[in-house]
Design a protein around this ligand. Sequence first.
Ligand code: SF4
Length: 895
Amino acid sequence: MSGTRTTCPYCGVGCGIRIGSDGAIAGDPDHPANRGRLCVKGAALGETLGDDNRLLHPMMGGARASWDAALDAAAAGLAETIAAHGPDAVAFYVSGQFLTEDYYIANKLMKGFIGSANIDTNSRLCMASTVAGHVRAFGADVVPGIYEDWDEADLAVLAGSNAAWCHPVLFQRLLAARATRGTRIVVIDPRRTASCEAADLHLPLAIGSDTALFAGLLVHLADRGALDSAWIAAHSTGFEAALAVARRDAGSIAAVAEATRLAPDLILRFYTEFAGTERSLTIFSQGINQSASGTDKVNAILNCHLATGRIGRPGMGPFSVTGQPNAMGGREVGGLATQLAAHMGFDQPEAIDRVRRFWQAPAVATRPGLKAVDLFEAVHDGRIKAIWIAATNPVVSMPRAGRVQDALARCPLVIVSDCWPTSTSGLAHILLPAAGWGEKDGTVTNSERRISRQRAFRAPPGEARPDWWMFAEMARRLGWGDRFAYAKPADIFREHAALSGFENEGARAFDIGGLAGLSDEDYDGLAPVRWPVAEARANARLFAGGGFFTADGRARFVATPPRPLAEGTGRARPLRLNTGRIRDQWHTMTRSGSVPRLMAHQEEPFLELSPSDAGKFDVGDGDLMRIETAHGTAILRARASSSVKPGELFAPMHWSADFSSAGPIGRLVGGAADPISGQPELKASAARLAPLPTLWRGLLLGPARPLGAQSFYWARLPVAGGQACTLRGWDPLPAADDLRALAAALLGAPGVALQDICDTERGSYRFARIEQGRLVGCLLIACQSAWPVPERESLVPLLGAEFDAAARGRFALMQRIAAAPTASRKICVCLSVSQAAIEGVIADGRAADPTEIGAVTGAGTSCGSCLPELEALLREARVQAALRPNPLAPLRRAR
Ligand code: SF4
C-alpha cells in the first residue's frame, strides 16, 4: 500500500495506524493490537496535526535563539551545576510519550555519563507500582500475558481499570469475547464507570480496599480447594506466609465486607466465579497503581494467580495495562530512577559493571535516583539546581501541582523540550522545540510487550527536532560525543537491542538481542514484534512452567497486610476525592484539547457527587461548588451522578489552568507515595465542599487563549475561528464600566472601543470587538434576572464574519432571545449524535438496544467508543419506565 504505517501516540494499547497518501488516518488491519480498529482519540489524530500553537524555535529567556546558542547555554548550565554541586544536583524528568530511542539516550546520558540516577519519568504516576509488584513476585518487570488472552478468557476481572474509556480498543475485544464465548466480566471499582455497562457484576468497593478484597480471595481459594498445590510447590516460595497474613487480615467474608464495605453476597459471588473459572484474567490499571499501597495491591492480585497456577496460559493471568503509549519502552531502557538499564538494577554490582563496560561509561550511577515526587521536592528545597523536563507537563499532572510550580519557579536552571507551550514550558529558562508524532522515527512497546515502529510522515514545523537528537547533542557538548555519535534512530535501537542481549544468557527477561543486527532497511520495515525475541527464548506467554527471573527461578508470594489510606477523612474533610480520565481527552489536553469534536463529549471540567450528597448541599447540575483539600482549592461545576457513592467525589485530571480556572486538579491532590514504588496516591484525597451561588453567567467568543487567574469560573473549548468560554460568577455582577474594562481585557483589546449593548436595569450586557467590519470576539453576560445567555451554537457562526447590519441585528436580538434549549452533549462524537437524540429514539420506541440505536442515529457505528454509554442510556430509560406510574393500574384496581 502507499502511505505510512505507524502507531497511535495515546494509550498503551498501541494501535497500528495507516496514513494514506492523501493524509487520511485509519486503523491498520494488519496490526495485531487493533486489527484495524481505532477509538475516537486515535481516529481524530489527523485533526491534531496543524502547526498552530507549536513551539517552532529554541527560546532563551523568552527570546528566540539558535539551536547552538540554546544547547550551548543548557550544556554550560548543567556542567557548571555538576562541577559546583555534584551530579545529583541535576535531574531529567521525561515521559511515556518518548519513543524508546529518546528514552535510551536520555537514560544513558544521565546514568552512564553524568553519573546520577536522577532521571525519572511521568510513568512513575502511571504504573510504577506494577513494576515494583512484578519485580517482587517474578524477579523481573514482565507482563506474562498477551492480548489474545482478552479474546480467550472465560472470566475477565477489571480491577481499577475503566478500560471502556481508557483502553477502548482492547475493551472491544472483551465485548467481542463476551458475545462469542460468553466471557463474564467483573468490574472492581469504587465508581460505576462505563466499563460497568458490560459487566455481569460490579463491586463498588471502598476506595483503597483492593488489597483486602484480593487477600480474602486468596483465603477463599485455599478454603475451597481451588489452589494448584503442585504448581505452587514446583514454582514458587512464600505461599504459606502470604496465606497466613491474608487469613489474619481478611480471613472471612465478613472481614472482607467490613474492609471493603461491599455486601457479603457480592464478595461471595466474585470469589465463587474466580475460584470456579480456570481461564480467569485480572486486568488492572491506575485504580490499583495510583495508591500509597499500590505495590501491595498488585502483589495481592499476583498472589491469587500464582496460587491457582493461572499464569502464562491462554485466557488467564494478571494483566497490567499501561496508560501511556511507551510506558513499557521506558521500563525496558531503565527510564525510571529506580532502574539502571535493560531490566538491570542497582541491586547487583555485576549488573552495574556490565552496563559500565557496555556503555564504556566514565561515571555510571551506582544507586537509585530520586522518584518523581521526591525529585520535585529536591528541586523545591534546592538540592536539585538544574532540571530538564521533556515531553511532559508536571505543573499540571503531578500531585501538589502548585508546589511543583513553586519548585520550578525557584530552580536556577529549567530546560523544557516539548511540542507545544504548556503550563510547565512557561517556567523554562531554555525552551527547546520538539518534533512530535508523525514527525519523528522510532519504536514504542505496548502493554503486551509488542514493539512497533512509529514512522515520520510529515516534516517537523519550524526548527523542531527529535528528543534523541537533543540529548545526543547535549552529550556531545558535555564532552562525550564519541559515545553518542548516532546519525539516526536505527543506530540507537541497535545499541539498545544489543545491551538487552549483552551477557544475558537467559538471565534477564527483556531480551531483544535478536534485533541488534537489523539493517537500516530492516529497521524501517520492522513489523510489530513481541519480546523476548532472542532465538531460543521467543515465547508469547511467560511463566506457565515457572522460569521466573529470581535467583532460584521461583515466583515469590508476597504478604500484603492492608494499609490505611494516606489521608484520613474526618469532620474537617469528610469526603474522598477520586481523580481519573475521561473518554476523549488525553493527559493535560495539549494535543486532544485542540480538537473540537473531542471536546464535544465533556465540554468542561466537572465534579461528580452522589445524588444524595447533591441533595445535602442543595446543588443541581451545573451549580458551582468550592472543593478544598489540604493541598489546594478549586471551583468546579457540580454533576450529580449515581456513578459515585455517597461520601465520594470524582473529578477528571485533564484540565489545566490553560483550559479552565478549575485546573489543574493536581493541585488538590497530595503527594503521599507508595513506600516501595514511589507512586503517589492520586485517588483518595480528603476533601470538603461548599456550594457557591451562580449570580451571573457569561459567554466569551474570541481568539484562542487562556483567560488566566480571574475571580470567576471559566472553561474554554475550541470552536471554528477561535474559542468559546463559559463564564460563571459567584460574586455580584460588577458595574457596567468595570464590565467594559473586563470585556476589553478578555477580548484582547485594552484601550480599544468596543461596541456594546448594555441593559443595566435587566442586568444584560453585550460587548463586541469589531475590526475591519468583522466580529473578532464578543462577551455576553447576564445576571440571573436576565436569563438566558444565548446558545453558543447560534453565536459561533458570527465569529470572524462580516458584522453587517444583519449580523448586528442578530447580535442585538440575542438580548431578547427566550429560553433556548441547552445544547445536548455529544455521546457519539464520530457522527455527532447528541444525548438528546439518542434519548429521543429510545423514548419513542424506535431503539431498544445499541444496534438499533446505531441503525437509527448512527451512534456507535464508527469507532464504538460510545457503546457503553448507549447501554447506560438504555438502562436509565428502563429504570425511568419502571418508575413511571402505570396508567392502567387504577382501572385494574377498580375491577
Ligand atoms: Fe490510540 Fe489507545 Fe485509542 Fe488505540 S485505544 S486508538 S492506542 S488511544
